[in-house]
Design a binder for this molecule. Structure first.
Ligand code: ATP
Ligand code: MG
Length: 385
């Protein structure tokens, strides 16, 4: 190994107290393989997890370059080149590292530049996360597909007879006694309620979207106004935006629907106030993350999802038991809730080739959307309406 020592890290802030930790010991204790590679991709440092991963000792790795272990067309080299070019960290959640020695590993790779060591990058690998990521996506898509099939069935089988029932009740109403008229009204109201449910289910149908460059801040502004003038009128809705965010590649109406559902859930969770008596608060956020890429299940296609939109609330959080089925249709804890909001959100985000994730604990629930930017060469003119 050219340098057995890990690269110098920035000085620790005083507030962390105690003696400065031994950086080599920290890196050695890390369960994830971590290596430092120079501009020619030669190993400059490897922790014990990396020795195990690459099946070579530190001293052997010290005589090698990454191209000795991986074929030159492996995407990891492109990833590192991108980091050196942009001087910004990049994550890739679906890389395959394959060679006779390494056999085959699906990994997530996190690569960052080392400003103090020009041309050098630090690479951290996480084994097996592809499967987890795909599982998560498949889970959401599965939920969406289940709902899609149900939507088609409901729309065809229920709507026509339903309008017949409603029409008949209306006709009967004319010659009916006072008491029977009440029943006729009840039938019509219930028929209307079912009709509304069916209409909502129909939104799950597989209509392809025609994506355009959408100004997500304008979408969020619209959703915020709708919320504040109605269901969230008693709450604060704060904005934490990255003002330089490029547009989202998507469908404006569907994105409004997604965010309205998330903000409505947040408002309902916060109720009259936040967790532990704090004032009820919803925070809308946007951010840009270089290089978050995922594979689209079943297609082999890979999408770049650099735009993050978050909806955060300080309500009581999502019950543990509900988290695994959160995006399934008809899951609800609310009296009068249909349990369709998040299933619809999962479906619409899947239409965008995006990803939705949720982190929740009492006092802090965050729904995070990862969305695509317009492909290169596309018209970047944003639609505001
Ligand atoms: N921000 C949140 N905080 C706490 N629980 C939440 C939050 N968002 C969703 N949930 C939980 O997830 C469940 C499902 O939400 P979903 O939007 O799918 O259905 P719903 O809100 O119950 O009904 P609707 O079909 O009217 O939206 C909710 O009933 C609630 O228990
Ligand atoms: Mg809801």
């Amino acid at each position: 190994m050219r340098s057995a020592k890990p690269p110098e890290a920035a000085a620790m802030p005083d507030s962390l107290g105690a003696a400065p930790p031994d950086q080599a010991a920290i890196l050695a204790a890390m369960p994830l393989p971590a290596v430092v590679l120079d501009a020619q991709s030669r190993f400059r440092f490897a922790n014990p997890a990396a020795e195990q991963f690459f099946a070579h000792s530190q001293s052997t790795l010290g005589q090698m370059a990454l191209d000795d272990l991986l074929p030159p067309d492996n995407r990891l080299f492109g990833l590192m080149a991108q980091v050196r070019r942009s001087e910004a960290p990049v994550a890739d959640h679906d890389l395959t590292l394959e060679s006779p020695r390494l056999r085959r590993h699906g990994v997530s790779a996190y690569c960052a530049p080392l400003p103090d060591m020009p041309g050098c990058v630090v690479l951290t690998l996480q084994d097996g996360s592809t499967a987890a990521m795909l599982d998560r996506q498949m889970h959401f898509l599965g939920a969406a597909r289940g709902a899609t099939a149900m939507a088609a069935m409901l729309a065809h089988e229920i709507k026509n007879p339903l309008s017949g029932i409603r029409g008949a009740a209306q006709l009967l109403e004319h010659g009916a006694s006072e008491a029977d008229r009440e029943l006729c009204t009840l039938i019509q109201e219930e028929a209307d309620r079912i009709r509304k449910l069916v209409d909502r289910m129909e939104m799950f149908s597989d209509r392809p979207i025609a994506p355009r460059a959408v100004n997500i801040h304008s979408v969020l502004g619209h959703v915020r106004r709708v919320a504040l003038s109605g269901f969230a009128c008693h709450l604060r809705i704060l904005e934490e935006y990255d003002p330089s965010l490029p547009p989202v590649w998507g469908d404006r109406d569907q994105l409004i629907q997604v965010l309205l559902n998330l903000v409505k859930n947040a408002a309902e969770a916060v109720g009259e106030g936040g967790w532990n008596g704090a004032p009820g608060e919803i925070v809308l956020g946007t951010a840009y993350h270089h290089g978050v890429r995922i594979a689209v299940p079943g297609t082999g296609e890979r999408v770049h999802l650099p735009l993050t939109v978050t909806v955060r609330d300080n309500g009581p959080g999502i019950p543990e038991a509900m988290r695994a089925v959160l995006f399934e249709p008809f899951v609800t804890s609310k009296r009068g809730g249909q349990g369709l909001g998040l299933a619809l959100v999962a479906k619409l985000i899947a239409n965008h080739g995006g990803l939705i994730e949720c982190d929740s604990r009492p006092g802090r629930t965050v729904f995070r959307l990862s969305l695509p930017a317009p492909p290169p060469g596309q018209d970047m003119t944003e639609t505001d309406e």
